[in-house]
Design a protein around this ligand. Structure first.
Ligand SMILES: NC(=O)c1ccc[n+]([C@@H]2O[C@H](COP(=O)([O-])OP(=O)(O)OC[C@H]3O[C@@H](n4cnc5c(N)ncnc54)[C@H](O)[C@@H]3O)[C@@H](O)[C@H]2O)c1
Ligand SMILES: O=C(O)[C@@H]1CCCCN1
Length: 334
């Protein structure tokens, strides 16, 4: 862990261990709610970011994610740099590597460079949990997680943190041992929850009220016939325009909420490859009550609701700011 030592205006490096210990779920979830709300608040225009247009150089994928937030109590300027190498999983290496640079808004100097892997992991799961809080039906007893990688694990943790009524977690992975290993680890952490590894997607989702898709799949793994009416789906993977996790029938027949309409319509294969996909709203509009009841009011309890995320630079900026403030606070104490 980085020892919190700080000279006046010196740039600091905040390592993974510090981020892990200083990014608890409750403040992170609150910060993500605020970030999503201001992202979609076009009236006040307090936040800006570029749509992530992943740069791919000879099949090497480097994403550059800049964002600025200016509110009465926050002035944040940040950029995440993230590489995505999905094939790393087979070599037991992380598939995502990232750093986040925080700038001083007045002088433009660099305040901090933070490990971005834990922030990416936890902020993505926190955002899905926020979406579930507002969009899932009140019956939230069975959670199915497709994918046992970094995001699969973080989503189990975030959802079990926020929804104390979850009784069972069902995990599926395309390599069965991945699901079994994660289920084993989660059983130790959550002895009061029944945690099972499932052999098929159908088995995993058959009785679920909430589903998370967090895989590196390029083709649909989740189909309309698998999903119960009224289910909430947080669709986290398939971050490229020709990758998919869900069938077009499922996407077309569901109420579709996204993190960013601009990004979803160019980068989310699940949406781009569904000709009649109709985006209902951004999650930030739902939080800011800009679309209730105008659009969501027509929703029936039988509707499947999909929250499709691609990840926002604003989420990284807000989460990095939280960690940096904690770092500064701890420096002042020593
Ligand atoms: N929405 C967001 O904000 C956001 C943020 C970070 C990552 N992601 C995306 O979420 C997905 C999961 O990320 P991660 O960090 O957990 O990655 P990871 O590499 O840790 O895990 C990927 C999982 O997908 C499984 N998998 C690999 N190939 C598959 C296939 N063909 N079919 C089904 N499953 C397969 C792996 O076994 C593993 O369980 C990736 O697509 C990633 O780019 C989205
Ligand atoms: O928001 C993110 O960090 C990720 C990076 C990889 C692609 C999907 N979005």
């Amino acid at each position: 862990m980085a020892t919190p030592v700080m000279e006046k205006t010196e740039m600091v490096f905040i390592d993974k261990a510090f981020v892990l210990e200083n990014l608890p779920w409750d403040p992170l979830i609150l910060a993500m709610e605020n970030a999503l709300r201001i992202f979609s608040d076009t009236k006040n225009n307090t936040a800006e970011e570029q749509v992530l247009q992943p740069s791919i150089f000879c099949s090497r994928w480097l994403g550059v994610m800049p964002a600025a937030i200016t509110t009465p109590d926050k002035d944040i300027l940040a950029t995440k740099l993230v590489t995505v190498y999905p094939e790393n999983g087979a070599k037991s290496l992380p598939s995502h590597h990232a750093i986040i640079v925080l700038f001083d808004c007045t002088s433009g100097s660099i305040k901090a460079v933070l490990d971005g892997e834990v922030i990416t992991e936890k902020r993505t799961a926190a955002v899905s949990a926020v979406a579930a809080k507002y969009l899932a039906s009140t019956s939230r007893t069975v959670l199915a997680v497709l994918g046992s990688g970094v995001q699969g694990k973080a989503h189990i943790e975030a959802f079990l943190h926020l929804f104390k009524d979850i009784k069972q977690v069902r995990i599926w992975n395309h390599r069965a041992e991945g699901a079994e290993n994660l289920a084993g680890k989660m059983r130790v952490l959550y002895p009061d929850v029944e945690i099972v590894a499932c052999e098929s997607v159908e088995l995993a989702v058959s009785s679920a009220n909430m589903i998370v898709t967090a895989t590196s799949s390029k083709t649909p793994i989740l189909h309309h016939s698998h999903v119960q009416p009224g289910t909430f789906i947080a669709a986290v993977g398939a971050p490229r325009k020709d990758w998919r996790e869900m069938s077009p029938e499922l996407v077309a027949k569901s109420v579709l909420i996204v993190d960013s309409v601009d990004a979803a319509t160019v980068e989310a294969g699940d949406i781009v490859c569904t000709p009649n996909a109709k985006i209902c709203a951004e999650i930030g509009q739902v939080l800011g009550q800009q679309v209730v009841p105008r659009l969501l009011g027509n929703r029936t309890p039988e509707d499947v609701v999909i929250f499709k995320s691609l990840g926002l630079a604003l989420e990284d900026a807000a989460a990095a700011d939280l960690v940096y403030r904690e770092f500064v606070r701890k420096c002042k104490k020593t």
